[in-house]
Each structure stands twice: as structure tokens, then as C-alpha cells.
Design a protein around this ligand. Structure first.
Ligand code: GLU
Length: 419
């Protein structure tokens, strides 16, 4: 067992492996299961030369990790970020396995990442990078192998370029190669807002258990990107009071509630809002302000041993991947704060991605109402299963989510004779 102070130093992959080992032990699976699942089955590193607008060439490094394909093809987004690392991509692919497991989707987890800063690149450079990445990984991906999607700083336009490139390589139209596409290219109604819709669904369940309603609740949302901004929009409509929002540069806080329609209208495409007001506070200060629900919807390692004792929320819903450290999780749980872990709270995106893939395969498209109803049914069941597992085994919600999320994969590996 690693000492508490040490776990704070672990990287996201090591943290994931630690919780995974505990989860598999609790379910009495053998050591061989952990050995198989602790790392992705397949990892490809690529170096992508891109002609920049000024005529020079920049070589970008990227990865695609496929955690485990016992259940079905692997699935998960592609992240464009200057700080993305191979450990992070591996951990993210494992988390995708758990999201798919909790939602009972016929997939294993996958993830891609490219070290780049899209905020400093032109549309032309981004297009050449996106197409170059697809050429580099084309042999290991495909509608029945591994299906990418958007993630941090990638969007429907990037998915469209990638789908077009893949279709050229395969010489036929392949909409099911990638999800999160624009509607006219086979995207699904409701995909764009699906992560936030999922967060709203599990948040309502968590608030109900904690004895209050989302309507009238004071909410702080860290991050105003795809998940954070749609979430602010939905919660504002539901009658919640959004008292804090932030971006990478600063945070806005008003105990009486922020003007959400104004911020939604004026934010830029990367979710920047801190330039719209004068007296910003820091992200760190905002996280510790009083609220009923705190939603980290930005990056990893935000709730730690250092600030978890000072968080004033009743419920924390992790819309980002990996926002809370293990020690942070322990402290929040001990303080009686109900924590809805990332692999459950942010599963709405991949669930509707699955619907998009099904619609592409069928060539038959659903209404937004159908998408929403199916999403709600899946996530409500997933929430109940994680909560019941936590109660039954007297664990925190994260360990319970790992247990419930890995079960199907372990069974599939067992039937296939891999363990
Ligand atoms: N990138 C999203 C996630 O982390 C969505 C993945 C997908 O739609 O496949 O869950």
C-alpha cells in the first residue's frame, strides 16, 4: 500500500492502476486480470509533419491507445493539447473502458492525443494536422476496430476532416469511422450537448440523494468549454443559480448568480470568459467558494489533498476527466461530500457517440427526443449501479465505478480465454 502523501505524486496512469488493482481485488479477480488490464493492449506513437502557413515544417507527436477490445471495438476521443502525455493518453483509454462498461456499450476504451496548441494554429494548419494524424493511425482504426471522437480542443469540424481523410484512404464513404461529426455528415442530434446532458442527469440523482433539488441550487462550474458551457445553459434553464464559472486564465464569482446568457453569448470558441469582466478571481479561489454543487469541467488534478478540506459543496460532479486526486477523493468522501466520479458523470458523450455510430451503421437517423430518452435511461441505471456497489462494498464512489465499470470487460476476457 502506498502512503497517502506519495499517492499525491502519482501520475494519472499510476493513480488509475492503483484504483484498478483495488477494484479487481475487491471483486476477487486473479492477478492475471490486473496484469492484462493495467496498460492498453495496443499503443501507437506517431510523428506528424505539418507544413505551417509560413512555409516551415513542424513535426507533431501524437498517440493512439487501445485499452482492450474483448467487448468490441475500442472507442474514445482525440485530445489536442500542449501538455498531453503518453501516460495521460493511456489512462484516458482505460477510463473510456470504464465509461463504456458502466453504460453497457459494446466497446472497449481507446484514446488519442496530439501535443499541439490549437489556440495558436490557423484553420489550415489544424486541417493538415488532423488529416496527417488519420493517415498515421489509419491501419489500426476503423468503424469495426477503433472509433475516435472529439475531446479537449477538438470539435465537429476536426471530426469532419478526419472522416473525409479516412474515407479517401478506404475509397468509400465511412461515416462510422468517427463520431461527433457535423449533422450533415452523419452526426447525431444531441451529440454536441451530450456530455453536459449526462452531467445534468447524474447531478439530479446525486442532489436527490443529498436531499436537495437542482432547481434553486448554487452551482460552480470550472471550465467553460463544450461540457461547462452547455451545462451552464441547461442548469440556468432548470432554475439553478450559477455562482461561479472559469476558464484557463481566471474565474468569475457572484453569490447572487452570474449572467449566464451574456457569458454564453460572448465567450470565444475555446470558452474564454475571464476577459469579459474586470474583477476576476483565480480558479483556486473559486473552487473553495460556498456552493451546493461543484462541477470541475476543465482539466485534471484540480481537487487535491491541499484544497479538498476547504471545498464547501455538498455534491461534486466530475465533468472533466481526472479532476480529483486519490487523496482528494478520500478527503471529500470522509467529509460526507457525495462525489460523482468522472467515468460515470462524463459518460454522456460516449453514450451518444455510440448512438451516432449505430445510426451510421443503420443509415437511419433518430430524433433528438429518442436520443435524450435513451441517454437518460442508460445513465440513470449506471448511477444506480455505482451507488449500490458503493453501499454494498462500503467504498467511495470512484472505487465502486471502477468495479462496476470493469466487470463486463473481465467477463468478456474470461470467455475469450485471455485470463
Ligand atoms: N472524449 C469524450 C470522453 O472522454 C467522448 C468520447 C467518445 O465520444 O467516444 O468521454
Amino acid at each position: 500500500m502506498i502512503a497517502a502523501a506519495k499517492t499525491e505524486q502519482l501520475n494519472v496512469l499510476e493513480r488509475t492502476q492503483l484504483v484498478m488493482e483495488q477494484a479487481l481485488n475487491k471483486m476477487s479477480y486473479g492477478k492475471d486480470v490486473y496484469e492484462l488490464l493495467k496498460e492498453p493492449q495496443r499503443l501507437l506513437t506517431v510523428r506528424i509533419p505539418v507544413r505551417m502557413d509560413d512555409g516551415t515544417t513542424t513535426v507533431f507527436t501524437g498517440w493512439r491507445a487501445q485499452h482492450n477490445d474483448a467487448v468490441g471495438p475500442t472507442k474514445g476521443g482525440i485530445r489536442f493539447h500542449p501538455d498531453v502525455t503518453v501516460e495521460e493518453v493511456k489512462a484516458l483509454s482505460i477510463w473510456m473502458s470504464m465509461k463504456c462498461g458502466l453504460a453497457n456499450l459494446p466497446y472497449g476504451g481507446g484514446k488519442g492525443g496530439i501535443q499541439c496548441d490549437p489556440r495558436a494554429m490557423s484553420m489550415g494548419e489544424l486541417e493538415r494536422l488532423s488529416r496527417g494524424y488519420v493517415r498515421a493511425i489509419s491501419q489500426i482504426v476503423g468503424p469495426t476496430k477503433d472509433i475516435p471522437a472529439p475531446d479537449v480542443y477538438t470539435n465537429a469540424q476536426i471530426m469532419a476532416w478526419m472522416m473525409d481523410e479516412y474515407s479517401h484512404i478506404r475509397e468509400f464513404d465511412s461515416p462510422g469511422f468517427i463520431t461527433g461529426k457535423p449533422l450533415v455528415l452523419g452526426g447525431s442530434l444531441g451529440r454536441d450537448s451530450s456530455t453536459a446532458k449526462g452531467v445534468t442527469i447524474v447531478m439530479k440523482e446525486a442532489a436527490r440523494l443529498a436531499g436537495f433539488s437542482v432547481q434553486g441550487a448554487r452551482v460552480i462550474i470550472q471550465g467553460f468549454g463544450n461540457a461547462g458551457s452547455y451545462l451552464a445553459q441547461f442548469l440556468h434553464k432548470e432554475g439553478a443559480i450559477i455562482v461561479g464559472v472559469s476558464d484557463a486564465y481566471g474565474a468569475l464569482y457572484d453569490p447572487d448568480g452570474l449572467d449566464i446568457p451574456y457569458l454564453l453569448d460572448r465567450r470565444d470558441s475555446f470558452g474564454t470568459v475571464s476577459n469579459l469582466v474586470e474583477n476576476c478571481i483565480t480558479n483556486e479561489e473559486m473552487l473553495q467558494k460556498p456552493c451546493d454543487i461543484l462541477v470541475p469541467a476543465a482539466i485534471s488534478n484540480q481537487l487535491t489533498a491541499a484544497n479538498a478540506p476547504h471545498i464547501q459543496a455538498k455534491v461534486v460532479v466530475e465533468a472533466a476527466n481526472g479532476p480529483t486526486t486519490l487523496e482528494g477523493t478520500k478527503i471529500l468522501t470522509e467529509r460526507g461530500i457525495l462525489l460523482v466520479p468522472d467515468v460515470l458523470a462524463s459518460a454522456g458523450g460516449v453514450i451518444v457517440s455510440y448512438f451516432e455510430w449505430v445510426q451510421n451503421n443503420q443509415g437511419y437517423y433518430w430524433t433528438e427526443q429518442e436520443v435524450d430518452e435513451k441517454l437518460e435511461a442508460i445513465l440513470t441505471a449506471a448511477f444506480t449501479s455505482v451507488y449500490n456497489t458503493a453501499q454494498q462494498h462500503e467504498t467511495d464512489m470512484r472505487l465502486a465505478a471502477y468495479m462496476a465499470g470493469l466487470k463486463k470487460m473481465v467477463e468478456a476476457c474470461t470467455y475469450r480465454g485471455w485470463v
